[in-house]
Design a protein around this ligand. Structure first.
Ligand code: EPZ
Length: 419
């Protein structure tokens, strides 16, 4: 294990404002969708996080011309290869978006099985089922998957679960397929709406995005566009969690409160006031945490990507909370690390029962094992007086631009070192 770690001297209240960077889970499918045209596509507000840099590498690996100009990334999708490199695909889940994009454009694609956070089995059956209904033939290769199709055709597809990635993949395929496609029981996340908006700006004929039924009339070709990604609602939620735990007065810009309803409701209390204006979300907290319970579920309910940060905050409540993880079957890895700090958390299946402690949590040396679990550990370390360390910060870097700078800008004492 590398010696790199984030060192946090916790116990500070947080004050100031944050302009939230672009949403990882919006930008990644948008970059894949840029391959659906040979014209230039410019995506604005692309964050400097490793998943985006790896995605850019993947597009280049396939032959696309990709240039980053600050937070704007331009893609000219001239795909010359239909096989993506294993090293890049193994770093993240979003290589799966290549299935739809490359298959639509070239009629064939071969990918190693995608990587990403170890939070569950994360199969691709819903993706494959939809691609098959659209006329693709698919086979599992040694450690990967190969798909081919003369020409994808429209289909009526009912998804057994509202998979975000499968909805995005199938939406991309349907945009260029021959005929009409209906996606039923599809995901409703804001990132789906963003992808549909960009595809429509490229000439796709889509309706129903943001609801559980999306209808697509395939078109011959798509054109270039310029599209701006929204701020990251999970990064924003992480700052809300930290402010609720630490206390303070923090204003968030660049993200829509409408995309965070369930998160704001979960943290809002008589001691954590959250006000919304058109362009900002203001969080004021006295650092006391009310015991609350949540169940994670597909949008618009409480997002699984905020579950670790919520549990971390609840460790400091004055009561007992119940957190049930229903989306991923292995997403409580951070609990063992929080227990090292003295947290009283009992786990039964996918359920965590947190007995909050207003005192008694101690600074510790911790290890992150996935992106949002690492963010949750940051929340706990920011709250606890004393010096804590979090090893494996590269997990956190997958979805947060320099998390140490983010919280230092709010008055926290956070630094990164490998000494
Ligand atoms: C996206 O992952 C996000 N990643 C995840 O964020 C997020 O947690 C997840 O959606 C749920 O909101 C990106 O957008 C890059 P799913 P995805 O397909 O598409 C099962 C983060 O921290 N499933 O909605 O992989 C799957 O195993 C990451 O930013 C199948 O069984 O999520 C899981 O249990 C983590 N078969 C559930 O559905 C399939 O074919 C939800 O997965 C597909 C999914």
């Amino acid at each position: 294990m590398s010696n790199e770690r984030i060192v946090i001297n916790g116990g500070k209240t947080l004050y100031g404002s944050v302009s939230v960077h672009g949403a990882k889970n919006a930008v990644l499918p948008l970059l894949a969708a840029a391959l659906l045209t040979r014209d230039e596509v410019v995506i604005e507000n692309c964050p400097y996080i490793t998943d985006v840099e790896n995605m850019i590498g993947l597009l280049r690996d396939l032959g696309a011309d990709v240039e980053r100009d600050g937070r704007n990334v331009s893609v000219c999708g001239r795909i010359s290869r239909t096989q993506a490199s294993g090293s890049l695909c193994s770093t993240m889940r979003s290589s799966m978006f290549m299935l739809g994009a490359v298959l639509s454009l070239t009629g064939e694609v071969e990918l190693p099985m995608p990587g990403g956070c170890d939070i569950g089995a994360r199969p691709l059956d819903i993706h494959i089922d939809g691609l098959k209904k659209m006329g693709a033939s698919t086979e599992y290769t040694q450690g990967g998957i190969r798909c081919s199709a003369q020409k994808l055709h429209g289909a009526d597809i009912v998804m057994r679960y509202p998979s975000v990635g499968a909805t995005e993949n199938l939406l991309m395929c349907a945009s260029l397929a021959e005929g009409y496609t209906s996606l039923v029981n599809c995901a409703r996340e804001p990132e789906i709406v963003a992808l549909a908006k960009m595809l429509k700006s490229m000439g796709a004929r889509i309706s129903g995005e943001g609801t559980s039924v999306i209808r697509v009339q395939g078109v011959e070709k798509l054109s270039g566009t310029r599209f701006r990604a929204d701020g990251d609602r999970i990064v924003a939620g992480t700052v809300v969690a930290a402010t609720a735990a630490c206390g303070g007065d923090v204003t968030l810009y660049g993200v829509s409160a409408d995309d965070m309803r369930s998160v704001l409701q979960a943290f809002r209390s008589d001691v954590c006031r959250i006000e919304e204006s058109g362009v900002a979300i203001r969080v004021r907290s006295n650092g006391h945490v009310r015991a609350k319970s949540v169940i994670t579920a597909p949008y618009p309910l409480f997002p699984t990507d905020m579950q670790p940060q919520f549990i971390a905050c609840q460790c400091f409540s004055g009561g007992i909370s119940r957190v049930e993880e229903t989306v991923f079957e292995n997403r409580l890895g951070h609990v063992s690390q929080l227990r090292k700090m003295g947290a009283d958390i009992a786990v039964s299946g996918d359920c965590a029962i947190v007995r909050g402690k207003q005192n008694g949590m101690i600074p510790s040396v911790l290890t992150a094992s996935d992106l949002r679990g690492g963010a949750g550990l940051c929340v706990a370390c920011l709250k606890v007086d004393g010096q804590s360390s979090i090893y494996n910060p590269h997990y956190i870097d997958r979805g947060y631009e320099k998390i140490e700078d983010l919280f230092c800008s709010l008055g926290a004492d956070v630094r990164r070192t490998d000494k």
